[in-house]
Ligand binder design. Structure first.
Ligand code: RFL
Ligand code: PHB
Length: 396
């Protein structure tokens, strides 16, 4: 038998964007139901970074989610670049913009959100299977899903598709309406986690023959490192020893000497792509976060973009539902996409600057090197990059 009920907003996906939207809507007196395919423990096990733009930090504080971030996060005020053959240098993002970024894990943010939502008694359905969007372009959309072996129907006023790149909601938009833009990069990131003290600063490295490397961190005793590698590489071919030799070869010697190696506790290869789906609205269905766009991780923009989408979407739904003002809903896709493309561009640019490509010509290498010289020498180039790394404002 079909079980049917009604809510104002159905949110598909209980990752950071879906949870944050639910939290913000509930705070404004709007009913929302989150449908998440996985279990809570699975969602909380995903290891992802969290370099938070100033706007994301402010949004979390404004929404009452700042306490743990304030005590456990650490401020992150520079973009460190180590280019083989040159002294490492840093762009002081705080100096150029007056704004502060914070390094705080996505896993912790997700945990904070689950805790807050559970305290509020929010309507979360975990392990919801076969979620399907119905009639999104009508006045009465609904979503069906299976839970505990039973099919449920959720009638609603609006649907928020926050179900990531592989989710169901983007597919509910007809091909004739949805236009997608994509660049798949000819390499991936091989990442490892190790219980070793990290380098002092999150540092991006470039070696003209060997390619990109990144030294990052989770705590004073937990390090996260990445190197670019062919996406087709077999993980088995990357012993820990080979990884450490390779990453040390990509960093300038004085930094390589500071990298403390140790056994990896996690190792994976992630593909890199830029992807945007337009428009981010179809009738009463609105996409947010990775469901609508993906950026390569160079620059750490994905989560921040997910949160700016949620900011716009919450404002749009609240204005419509509470004040009968549809202006922000009508402008949602256009407003969100402007900021999306700004971040797609900067993530693509940083990826091109710091990686090597299999089809690089001598000309490409010279241009890349010159981009680096210019950035190192020019205060103005540094200020322009700093503005985007810290994050353009939501009203951009
Ligand atoms: P998510 O996190 O993918 O969550 C989507 C949720 O939807 C669920 N789902 C479904 N639920 C119901 N029905 C279905 N049919 C469903 N299909 C999927 C999924 O189980 C999941 O729980 O998307 P969201 O919420 O939009 O959040 C986006 C961010 O997670 C993502 O942009 C970032 O993780 C990207 N990213 C980083 N972003 C940053 O801003 N800073 C970083 O430092 C950073 N580092 C990273 C990253 C992503 C990485 N990945 C994905 C490999 C480092 C890594 C390694
Ligand atoms: C990470 O710590 O995992 C991390 C940091 C910076 C990035 C991407 C990932 O640009």
């Amino acid at each position: 038998m079909l079980k049917s009920r009604k809510t104002q907003v159905v949110i598909i996906g209980g990752g950071p964007s879906g949870l944050m939207l639910c939290h913000m809507l509930n705070h404004r007196g709007i009913d929302a139901t989150v449908l998440e395919r996985k279990s809570k423990s699975y969602v909380l096990q995903r290891i992802r970074a969290g370099v938070l733009e100033a706007g994301t930090v402010q949004l979390l504080k404004d929404e009452g989610l700042g306490a743990r971030m304030d005590s456990e996060g650490h401020s992150h005020d520079a973009l460190h670049i180590a280019w083989q053959g040159f002294d490492p240098f840093a762009i002081d993002t705080n100096l150029h913009t007056g704004k502060k970024m914070v390094a705080y894990g996505q896993t912790q943010i997700t945990e904070d959100l689950y805790n807050a939502l559970e305290r509020q008694g929010a309507d979360l359905v975990m392990e919801a299977e076969d979620v399907e969007v119905h009639e999104p372009d009508s006045e009465s959309p609904f979503v069906t899903y299976v839970s505990d072996g039973q099919t449920h129907k959720l009638e609603c006023d609006y649907i928020a598709g926050c179900d990531g790149f592989h989710g169901a909601s983007r597919r509910a938009i007809p091909d004739s309406i949805l236009k997608t833009y994509e660049r798949v990069y000819p390499f991936g990131w091989l990442g490892i986690m190790s219980e070793t003290p990290p380098l002092k600063d999150i540092t991006y490295a470039h070696h003209p023959e060997r390619g990109f490397a990144l030294a990052s961190q989770r705590s004073q005793s937990l390090s996260r490192y990445y190197i670019q590698c062919p996406v087709t590489d077999d993980l088995d071919s990357w012993s820990d020893e080979r990884f450490w030799d390779e990453i040390k070869a990509r960093f300038p010697p004085e930094l390589a000497a500071q990298i403390v190696s140790g056994p990896s506790i996690e190792k994976s290869i992630a593909p890199l792509r830029s992807f945007v789906a337009e428009p981010m609205r179809y009738g009463r269905l609105f996409l947010a976060g990775d469901a609508a766009h993906i950026v390569p991780p160079t620059g750490a923009k994905g989560l921040n973009l997910a949160f700016s989408d949620v900011f716009y979407l919450c404002r749009a739904l609240t204005e419509q539902i509470s004040n009968n003002n549809q202006r922000y809903l009508d402008e949602y896709s256009q407003t969100a996409l402007r900021r999306v493309w700004t971040n797609v561009r900067i993530s693509w640019w940083l990826t091109g600057l710091l990686h090597i490509f299999p089809d690089d010509t001598g000309f490409d290498k010279k241009i890349r090197e010159n981009e680096f010289f210019h950035l190192r020498k020019s205060e103005r180039a540094q200020a322009a990059l700093a503005e985007q790394v810290v994050g353009v404002p939501f009203d951009y």
